[in-house]
Design a protein. Sequence first.
Length: 359
Amino acid sequence: MGHTGVHRLIGTSSSNISLLATILAVILPGTYLLLRYLSAKIGPKSLANTPPLPPPTRIVDLRIYPIKSCRGFSVPSAKLLKAGLDLDRNWMFVTAADHKFLTIRTNPKMTLIETSFDADNDTLRISIKNHPASAGIAIPAHPTRAWLNANTTPCAAEIWSQETDAWAYASELTQPLAAFLALDVRLVYKGPTPRVLRGSGAPDRLGRTADTRFADMMPVLVGSRASLAELNQRLQSEGEAEIGIERFRPNVVVEGGEPWNEDVWKTLRISGAGATLVLDVACRCLRCQVPNVDPETAEKHPRQPWKLLTSYRRIDRGLKGKPAFGMLCVPREEGTVEVGMCLEVLETTHDHFFVSPMK
């Protein structure tokens, strides 16, 4: 209806004009109040068809696993590098014959190989739980090129059907570890060539090229204590014992708010102590049965928590057969992270779609 039609409809009498003014006075404030209510109730992100932002949470633990699939340790602070926390997954065990990587998946006893960091001497110490004879194994935590040239041999190591450069330590150094595993293995240190992220972290999906060392998928895994508590409640209701967060081998553990609100994280910011660090959430961490292995005993439970997780946590459209626990992240910047720092969610998404890098 054009301007002329409107003019004819309402006329020009003062009574009609007063009526129109009254109608507008009622409708416009009501519309405004409705929009204000919706914005407060479901959040600005929901109005844009994305999940609402969870409230900020706090970092309660930082964990480093220097040797892939072996026991790690907690630290009060750590240097966050673009390839992950400093020292995390810098080393791994490979078969001596063909230099293929080893993990807990097929060798649960690896979790009884313990590591510790001697900061005063910049030394990584390696021991076997309840085997005091192995306490003397120590290597530089940040070996120089000169030390590597003198004490290791360059080699190609294979991880998830992908070759990468590495430095192999002498068999004599790790002989007690090989004897414990009952395998002819070598310890290797990651070489300088970047392992460019694949799958959900590939450049065409992440929007930039990023890399990691010997981690399976992404540089940083964030886990939620609130989500673990919810899982433990379910385990207890089925007569099973609680499990610890170490089963899931996260690097950053947050207090969390509502269980599983991490499922929709897209962009994170860690702040505090004068530092601000942003991480992109590449994907959810979809789980194999490694969490079934008790890191204290290396015993693998025949069912849990895998069975329970698969009953309600197969939420990712990319790989529907595996359950999700934790979020895999890629740092944009480098800096120091500390326990107690704030973790904020800057963006959320419904569009996470897991693409495996392990092919």
